[in-house]
Write a protein that binds this ligand. Structure first.
Ligand code: ADE
Length: 902
């Protein structure tokens, strides 16, 4: 019986104080508990299609609520429901207008806005940041949408969404349960990224926070600490499918909070409460530097406008170095009266991680959850209808066993079901372990003959022979094929891993494909940053689309694509994943780089006359200068404009005099690379000043700055822009720009050079609108939000990066093609929006996992309204998962060029 109780407690511990899996009670649209007066709308077509007729499965009036007139795509008509009290909302059901065969209006999609106070409205978003939910496909079938994450709210607005002008009508039911905590917001420092070497990156932020993010602080919202999802013992494992490691926890590092050894969180309640306790679900994986807090002190405010009371409640925990289980820590709060509480949680180790926080107050009544639903309701079967009897119990905060009801048969039924489920789970785990063992023992040659893919659905590694066919037109390659469709990820291959580390990790891999892929990524990262790296020229041969045949590469044939950037020393160690490394050179070691390697001529620096600053970065600046006597200096045939003038305007990129050795070498390397490039669409190096400090490189001056800035300040040409003198560009300008970039990239690809950071911010325009591709690390300051910074180690332009670059650290011309697709997308949105602007950086990384799995769940960039469909098809081909399905730059150039009017 003890074991039973333990199992039950563990099963219930999967959820917070509220269990979203069971909190799915109809809230009263259908059965009338929600009164007519509490259902309102922005408009109604007729009296008989008013909001009070929006009740699911009811046929009163004309059968549903219908907003007035035709619904337009830009409309925000809504049906509003006042639930009368704070509610944990978990499910929404909708139906169209059927009206006993006479109606046929319904809404194919809708959004949900919610408000806890009727004043501040928030848009509900799913875990990927999408706001639109699938609605109905006909007038009679109800469609149920689970809210992941759930929303804590009193007011709900359902907003029908349409792509075409149409009539819509709606009936609805809302499902959830009462929000007893009364908590209406919490705030504190944002969670952080954990990047331990050899492990996946754990993103410990609050991904569903519905308040504001102000200067790295969470303000005025609720999120993952109150979503009812309790984190697992291993914080890298997640309860949610389809998310990244660390998702369930909010975590902080003790040296990252400005010298404080505690995390301060503030909590605000709907009304004054007599708080008896606070339960904090905390991770305790001490082997990874995570422990529950050592102590906590809480201060109270009886009213929001009063100041904090002087006397805190303090509580010391008993630290536990033996049991690594995550656990609830119950903090007694002495029934202090409070409308707001602030608590300082003191670190006991390097990291502190919470997945849930709940409050118990002596005035909280654990009220009845009455699932009163009419028997004819078609959604009943989809909704868990567990009945909780009306006990009217006052919560006992110290109680660790859930309150026992008098309804014994139901309880026994539940217990039996749970036990059965546990038996099935245990069986599955044992079976999985058995399969893993068999795989590990499999002879190596068998493993080598199969393509290993990471599967999301089975949470296991699927081995399959032959490999999956490509998405289009390519003959499937059998196991012996030398040109696989994507890099063969052979988990046991020493090239990809430190065998010991990965073998130990195999069981952990099973949680999600992201975890697996990120693990691979981070293992690769370790490999690349370790001192036992493959020689650079060997690694860098992937300039073409076929897998690099390293046996064919010599340092002279093969261009180094990973020259590090001088502006980010850490990136250097990450093997150039920022892509801020411009051009390919035959491999050189840092030590061997000397002045004689630099073919550009030395210009007398006193002849450079400073005019203005164009840009700035961590390691230097770019200046606009007049170069006196430059035409003579360069001599006949030099590519300068205005050759009749003695001095010309140039851009001078200057390394800070005190820049360290690595930055200096990177700067010299960039000079060396650039001096060998010669193409009308690549920025040209004119001369250098490297005989003395500060080191300078002198390039053509591009009067119109970078393409991102240029386009974002313009509108598409129209009579309106002409009439009002608004700076504009035409569609044909945009196409011309695209052709020029494809041409410059075609040149780089012909040299097997991989750019790694192609984006509009790295394309410059001269006064004739000629585009030249460049890469100026100094623009990083201006465009820092385009780069994902991994705890001071590196910056990655993740929104432009192919999946294999993010997950495997693999950069090739094919990954440049991916970035070219994103660059085209920027051009045709006139750089008014960041790619995947609705996704956070973490969500972009998660989406990368979907690109990798290619099961139709990846989010693509949308077709910009200005973009011709054929061009969008081209973009989509650039984002093909399988490398051979992506076009070449030559192909892109040939496809784009005919569209430009000469
Ligand atoms: N900013 C950085 N490099 C530049 C260049 N060559 N011309 C104009 N602006 C720049």
């Amino acid at each position: 019986m003890h074991l039973f109780l333990l199992l039950i407690l563990q099963a219930t511990a999967a959820f917070g104080q509220i269990d979203p899996a069971h909190c799915r009670y109809a809230l009263g649209m259908e059965d009338g508990r929600i009164k007519d007066d509490d259902i309102t709308a922005s408009s109604q077509w007729y009296e008989t299609t008013g909001p009070k007729f929006a009740r699911l499965n009811r046929e009163e009036g004309d059968g549903a609520w219908c907003p007035e007139g035709q619904l337009e795509p830009s409309d925000s008509q809504y049906l509003q429901v006042d639930l009368g009290r704070l509610t944990f909302l978990t499910v929404v059901g909708t139906q169209g207008r059927y009206a006993r065969y006479s109606g046929n209006e319904f809404s194919r999609a809708y959004r949900l806005n919610y408000s806890r106070d009727g004043l501040l409205w928030r848009s509900w978003r799913n875990r990927l940041g999408n706001t639109v939910m699938e609605g109905n496909k006909n007038a009679y079938t109800s469609v149920i949408n689970d809210l992941h994450p759930p929303a804590v709210t009193r007011y709900v607005r359902l907003i029908p969404v349409t792509r075409l002008s149409t009539t819509v009508c709606m009936r609805a039911e809302l499902y959830g349960c009462q929000w007893d905590d009364g908590l209406i917001s919490y705030g504190g420092p944002e969670g952080q990224l954990m990047m331990p070497p050899g492990y996946p990156i754990a993103s410990l932020n609050d991904s569903t926070y519905d308040g504001e993010h102000e200067r790295r602080r969470l303000v005025g919202g609720l999120g993952q600490l109150t979503d009812g999802v309790v984190g697992l013992d291993d914080f890298l494992m997640t309860r949610q499918y389809h998310v990244w490691p660390g998702y369930d926890y909010l975590g902080w590092r003790n040296d990252s909070l400005g010298g404080r050894s505690y995390v301060e969180l503030q909590f605000v309640f709907d009304r004054q409460r007599n708080l008896s306790s606070m339960k904090v679900h905390s991770n305790n994986m001490f082997s990874r530097g995570v422990k529950i807090f050592s102590s906590v002190s809480c201060w109270f405010k009886p009213r929001l406008i009063s100041s904090w009371e002087a006397e805190p409640v303090a509580f010391n925990t008993v630290l536990d170095d033996r049991n690594p289980s995550a656990r609830y820590v119950t903090v007694p709060l002495s029934r202090r009266a409070a409308k707001a509480v602030k608590c300082r949680f003191h670190f006991a180790d390097v990291w502190m991680m919470f997945s849930e926080i709940s409050f118990q107050s002596v005035d909280t009544v654990l009220t009845t959850l009455r699932p009163v639903v009419s028997p004819s309701s078609p959604v009943k079967k989809d909704i868990t209808m567990a009945t909780t009897p009306a006990t009217g119990l006052t919560s006992d905060p110290s109680a660790s066993v859930p309150p026992v009801s008098g309804n014994t048969p139901i309880l026994i039924g539940c217990l039996v079901t749970i036990i059965l489920l546990l038996v099935i789970i245990i069986f599955l785990i044992l079976w999985c372990q058995y399969v893993c063992k068999v795989l590990e023992k499999a002879p190596r040659h068998i493993l080598e003959d199969v393509t290993v893919r990471l599967s999301s659905c089975s949470d296991t590694i699927i081995l399959q022979t032959p490999p999956v066919p490509p998405r289009s037109g390519h003959a499937p390659s059998g196991p012996a094929h030398t040109d696989p469709h994507y890099e063969r990820v052979f988990l046991l291959d020493p090239q990809y891993q430190n065998p010991a580390a990965l073998r130990n990790k195999l069981p952990e891999l099973s949680q999600s494909a992201e975890a697996s892929a990120l693990l691979l990524g981070s293992l690769l990262y370790d490999q690349l940053t370790s001192s036992h790296m493959t020689p650079a020229w060997l690694r860098a041969c992937g300039g073409g689309y076929a897998e690099p045949d390293v046996t064919q590469c010599t340092p002279h044939q093969c261009f180094q694509s990973n020259a590090p950037h001088y502006a980010e020393t850490d990136i250097v160690r990450l093997q150039g994943v920022t892509g801020s490394n411009m051009y390919a050179v035959p491999a050189l070691t840092v030590d061997s780089l000397t002045r004689k390697d630099i073919s550009a001529a030395e210009f007398p620096r006193q002849q450079l006359i400073f005019r203005e600053k164009l840009g700035e970065g961590q390691f230097g600046e770019v200046h606009l200068c007049e170069a006196e006597g430059l035409p003579e200096f360069l001599g006949e045939g030099s590519p300068l404009p205005d050759r009749d003038e003695r001095s010309v305007l140039v851009a001078v990129k200057q390394l800070r005099a005190d820049a360290a050795g690595q930055a200096r070498n990177d700067f010299l390397k960039e000079i060396k690379i650039m001096s060998r490039l010669n193409d009308p669409n690549i920025i040209r190096l004119l001369c250098v000043c490297v005989a003395s400090d500060p080191l300078c490189m002198v390039t053509e001056y591009m009067e119109n700055g970078d393409l991102n800035m240029f386009l974002s300040q313009r509108e598409i040409e129209s009579t309106l822009t002409h009439a009002n003198n608004i700076p504009s560009v035409s569609l044909s300008d945009l196409l011309h720009m695209s052709v020029q970039i494809s041409s410059g990239m075609r040149y780089l690809a012909s040299l097997n050079f991989v750019h790694r950071d192609l984006a509009t911010r790295n394309c410059l325009l001269d006064r004739r609108l000629t585009i030249k591709i460049a890469d100026f690390g100094m623009s990083r300051n201006l465009y820092s939000s385009d780069y994902y910074r991994i705890q001071g180690r590196a910056v990655l332009p993740i929104r432009w990066m192919a999946w294999e670059s993010i997950l495997l650290g693999k950069f090739t011309t094919a990954s440049d093609v991916w970035a070219f697709g994103v660059t085209l997308w920027e051009i045709f949105t006139l750089c008014k929006e960041q790619p995947y602007s609705l996704l956070s950086d973490e969500q972009v990384i998660e989406n990368t996992g979907e690109f990798f799995r290619n099961q139709g769940r990846q989010i693509f960039l949308y077709c910009p309204p200005l973009c011709p469909p054929s061009l969008f098809e081209l973009m989509m081909r650039c984002w093909s998962r399988d490398i051979p399905d992506r076009p070449t730059f030559e192909g892109l150039y040939q496809a784009l060029r005919p569209h430009v009017h000469q």
